[in-house]
Design a protein around this ligand. Structure first.
Ligand code: ZN
Length: 204
């Protein structure tokens, strides 16, 4: 295997317009991380971006469930699912990356959430915990051993991706200063605890 830098990859999770202030599912302060993420990305020879990418009428949208409101939880085939405002619809402006995100050397964009009936918080596996996105296979084939994550939101897509990275056998770190959370009913504290418990390094 090559030098250490070639075994490490930064995964930038869902830094998209809809997750930033003014977007359909804005994470408080989501846009504040953009310059931090740009700077962090320059420390890495290899970067992968994830992009939430739903078809219109996606099952994670409250609008697809008559009588339901965003942020309610329902039971679906694979367990509980939080309902969200319509967001990151394929090809929409909201689904595009934040315009100030500046990582020209990113090598892969992995799109997730494109199956109509399955949501996908993790960049590795959809919420049924069975449907792979292909990211683990890609990282293994490239010889990456250590994964560092940042992006939006800390307590959903970043945490789920980090926990899966651990489960798939990667050394895993998260940079909390380069993330922002949604914090729905204590979800941020729970996510940080779960990551620590799973051996995810929370680094500065
Ligand atoms: Zn989504």
């Amino acid at each position: 295997m090559g030098r250490k830098a070639d075994r490490e990859v930064l995964i930038v999770v869902d830094v998209q317009r809809d997750f930033c202030p003014g977007g359909a599912l804005a994470v408080p302060g989501g846009d504040e991380i953009v310059p931090i993420v740009n700077r962090l990305a320059r420390e890495f020879a290899h970067v992968v971006l994830t992009q939430d990418w739903h078809p219109a009428g996606h099952a994670s949208f409250a609008s697809a469930h008559p009588g339901r409101a965003p942020f309610e939880t329902i039971e679906v085939a694979y367990g509980p699912q939080t309902l969200w405002p319509d967001h990151c619809v394929q090809g929409s402006d909201g689904a595009s990356f934040h315009p100030a995100l500046d990582i020209p050397h990113a090598e892969l964009v992995i799109r997730k959430g494109h199956h109509r009936n399955i949501d996908s918080y993790s960049g590795f596996r959809e919420n049924d915990r069975r449907t792979p996105t292909g990211l683990a296979g890609y990282l293994r084939e490239r010889g990456f051993e250590r994964v560092t994550l940042c992006g939006l939101a800390t307590d959903y897509c970043v945490a789920f991706s980090a926990l899966d990275a651990r489960e798939f056998g990667f050394d895993t770190a998260v940079v909390p200063t380069a993330c922002r959370g949604i914090d729905l009913d204590g979800s941020l504290a729970r996510a940080l605890a779960a990551m620590r418990e799973a051996g995810v390094l929370l680094r500065s």
